[in-house]
Design a protein around this ligand. Sequence first.
Ligand SMILES: Cc1ncc(COP(=O)(O)O)c(C=O)c1O
Length: 385
Amino acid sequence: MSETPHRSVPLFDLKLEAQDIEAVTETLQSGWLTMGPRTQELEEAFADQLGSRHAVALSSGTAALHLAYKAAGIGPGDEVIVPSFTFVATANGVLYCGGQPVFADIIGLENPSIDPADVERKITPRTRAVAAVHFGGYPAAVDVLAELCRDRGLALIEDAAHAPSAQLDGRKLGTFGLAGAFSLFSNKVLSVGEGGLLATDDDDVATRVRQLRSHAMTSTTWDRHRGHALSYDVVDIGFNYRLDEPRAALALARMTRLEPEIARRRELTMLYRERLAELPDIIVPYTAEDVARSSCYVMPIMLREPERRAGLCQVMRAEHHVQTSILYPAVHEFSAYRERFPGVSLPHTELAARSELTIPLYPHMTESEQEQVLEAIVHGLAATK
Ligand SMILES: Cc1ncc(COP(=O)(O)O)c(C=O)c1O
């Protein structure tokens, strides 16, 4: 057994630079904190790097999903086909609109993205939309799904919470459907704490989302502050889903490092893949080609024998100080979902939810930290044989 290292390796580590702190400090000193010019600048920069007509800044990725479903017209009686191998927000957004999430299975452990064939099987006369999640920043088959949705008159929503700047066939993820929802949550590829963005090429969607994020008021506080509007009307029942200026400034500052950070994530992922390929007990999902397209938000592995997962985590944590996580428990297996949607059966999703283990990955991870993780896995696997 190798010597136990003392430094812990977190699942994710956030490193802020002086330019980030300066950008936020400058904003605090400006005296204008709610949505204003920096938010607008972020929207323009984000849309620009994505190649979409519009990006709308929001208070979270969940808000972006909610408003994407609203903009797709989801309401009571409507069904939206969603994966269950995702964060619960993908399905919750449908319920917020009064719609019904209908769960589709994933392709398998090697490709845990939503299965277009199962999506097609789940379409009914009540289906209005399909939500594709780019798990870990790896592209789901949104090219295939976009065609299916076009043929069947459905809206395609991309949950691109993990996938800023990831792409498929040269097109950025989040731009294949009616709208793409991005998250700026703490541990994400572009993180500011809490925040989100909705991308769309559809002018009407952008207008509606901008309205709904701020109580459907016809002018913003910033407009009124600048004397551009005296009063306002309220034209729908909206929400307070605004982003604020310090977080917009932080996102803008961090965006300048997005591409090099993703490049480093890809390198680290390839190094992991090379070494993990030697371990027959583990399946590493996706392919090297997928890595080149991905934002590599997280590093998922799948255990061939799920019953060893708890023991492996325990050894990695207790003896090697390596943090791991499970992305994701299946949404349809959560109590709140089981009660509402009993009898859902998704064999591949259920197996993935029992087999998956997320291991540490962040752009400034060192070689010795990565080595520590790999040693922990090798030792943990030997200990659970
Ligand atoms: C796949 C997925 N969808 C949606 C969300 C929701 O994003 P947020 O936490 O910004 O609301 C997250 C992140 O937490 C996520 O991982």
